[in-house]
Ligand binder design. Structure first.
Ligand code: PGA
Length: 267
């Protein structure tokens, strides 16, 4: 936990990578490396749907959480190609990424569908990692703050304050994802603070917003994570590319451990 008692979370988004055998190898390596470690952050692995079961059984009886990268919001029905929250819950999945920018940009997800999916996650007690972030055009047009706060407000539309306990928000500037261009740590922190203030204003409750973990994502690597995690309002990382390699991902987990350890020594 950090000073505000928020969990530190290191989440790996494997995107469309890793067959079942590869998923077993990677998740077992991570599981074995973190077993018995002190001050562990929350470690979440998000494989593709087809490797969820492999990752779940490889990480059974460990601290590692398994998440999906997306889901449909309805429980069942004639929705060819979709996977429901009920099915994820049935598998034993505990986290789900919602509204990743690749889903928004390539698969037509909107602020409205993100809101429906977040409510479905709440209904099924899945922890939702809701992604928000501006495109390069939006940043260059000085629209970052407007876009990000609109995405946050839309995701939380018609959601009770009491339901925010299983919410994690990931600030992922689209221009930083998979590009090697990391957002400067103080700027990422400024936007994470804005996200927190947006939640606080929406609910008229500042302390509620202080309890929500906010992650930074976008070209997070072992070489830049420490600077990000040293910020006041960045509680962890959502990692794509660097989560596909055990050594790199474990280095990120180590950085998370340092943050957890530091907070523990201060409290
Ligand atoms: P990246 O991806 O770490 O490869 O930039 C992050 C993400 O898409 O969540």
């Amino acid at each position: 936990m950090n000073g505000q008692e928020r969990p530190v979370i290191i989440a790996g988004n494997w995107k469309m990578h890793k067959t079942r055998a590869e998923a077993v190898e990677l998740s077992k390596t991570i599981r074995n490396a973190v077993a018995g470690e002190k001050d562990l952050p929350v470690v979440v692995l998000c494989p593709p749907f087809t490797s969820l079961e492999a990752a779940l059984s490889s990480c059974e009886k460990s601290e590692i959480q398994i998440g999906a990268q997306n889901m449909e919001h309805r429980d069942s029905g004639a929705f060819t190609g979709e996977v429901s929250p009920l099915m994820l819950k049935d598998l034993g999945v505990s986290y789900v990424i919602i509204g990743h920018s690749e889903r928004r940009q390539l698969f037509g997800e909107t602020n409205t569908s993100v809101n429906l999916k977040f409510k479905a996650a709440l209904k099924h007690k899945l922890v939702a990692i809701v992604c928000v972030g501006e495109t390069l055009d939006e940043r260059e047009s000085n629209l970052t703050d407007a876009v990000v706060s609109r995405q946050v407000a839309a995701a939380l539309d018609d959601v009770d304050a009491a339901d925010l306990k299983t919410l994690v928000i990931a600030y992922e500037p689209v221009w930083a994802i998979g590009t090697g261009k990391v957002c400067e740590a103080d700027e990422a922190n400024r936007v994470c603070k804005l996200i927190r203030a947006t939640v606080g204003n929406l609910y008229g409750n500042k302390s509620l917003s202080q309890s929500i973990p906010i992650l930074y994502g976008g070209s997070v690597k072992p070489s830049n994570i420490d600077e990000q995690l040293a910020q006041s309002d960045i509680d962890g990382s959502l990692v794509g590319g660097a989560s596909l390699n055990a050594e790199e991902f474990l280095a990120l987990v180590k950085s998370g451990q340092k943050k957890v350890g530091l907070a523990a020594s201060r409290s």
